[in-house]
Design a protein around this ligand. Structure first.
Ligand code: PXP
Length: 246
């Protein structure tokens, strides 16, 4: 069974649009879990544009499944200290740029990156399982293993864009290329003993295709679930995705 992590950043984005106290991502997480989510994912960004420190602290107390924190592997902004204080079950290290709308591209990883290795070691010592959000590229998968990651989350954004452009049509050259990249990276993760996760751009229409990805254990999905939740409610939106995951 594939683990479904629901990313609830967008719930906090709506709240921050008015600097108000609703909707509360902590409440949203409860409905995600009632709908069958196996975990809750949040990204505490350096600029705190959506999820706040208070959200993470409360989620640590309320989430029953896996609490997965996305953060950039750097000291500025106090997010690393917050992670070490709160102790999420899982940390996904991501690149972060102030001007981006969402996480664009995967983390640059090289086997001899002492800073990255140091961040991983500190978080592991706190008991967090470490995942690196990377492009589907076998060399980057190998580097992730070398710096001590437990898991990789393959950035599926380019695949999702290719899928959307042709509606998943078999034989589309761009989509076939992206499918092959995901397969090759998945294979390398298996060879290196890394857990395989995927995230970005995954929705109700395209998720079925990922089920064929060998060794896939976890998907992290935000935009499509929260978008559906606005119309049908969070619990139902999550349950519908969970059903598609089988
Ligand atoms: N995984 C990671 C590492 C992300 O940064 C994001 C976006 O915040 C997601 C998954 C979820 O992507 P989406 O919102 O497109 O489902």
């Amino acid at each position: 069974m594939i683990h479904l992590g629901v990313n609830i950043d967008h719930v906090a984005t709506v709240r921050q649009a008015r600097r108000a106290d609703e909707p509360d991502p902590v409440h949203a997480a409860v409905f995600c879990e009632l709908g069958g989510a196996d975990g809750i994912t949040v990204h505490v960004r350096e600029d705190r544009r959506h999820i706040q420190d208070r959200d993470l602290r409360l989620l640590r107390q309320t989430v029953r499944g896996t609490l997965n924190l996305e953060l950039a592997p750097r000291e500025s902004g106090g997010v690393m200290d917050l992670a070490l204080e709160v102790g999420p079950d899982q940390v996904c290290l991501v690149p972060e740029h102030r001007a981006e709308l969402t996480t664009e591209g995967g983390l640059a990883v090289s086997a001899d990156d002492a800073k990255l290795r140091g961040a991983i070691d500190r978080l592991k010592a706190r008991g967090c399982l470490i995942s690196l959000f990377i492009e589907p590229d076998p060399a980057t998968v190998a580097a992730a293993a070398a710096v001590g990651a437990d898991a990789i989350e393959l950035h599926t954004g380019t695949w999702a864009n290719a899928w959307a452009a042709c509606k998943g049509r078999a034989g589309d050259a761009k989509l076939e290329r992206e499918r092959a990249r995901l397969r090759d990276a998945a294979h390398e993760a298996g060879e290196r003993g890394l857990r395989l996760h995927a995230g970005h751009g995954i929705g109700y229409a395209n998720v079925g295709e990922l089920l064929a990805l060998p060794l896939l254990r976890e998907v992290n999905i935000g935009h499509s679930i929260v978008s559906r939740a606005v119309l049908v409610g969070m619990e139902r939106a999550v349950r519908e995705m969970k059903t598609l995951l089988g």
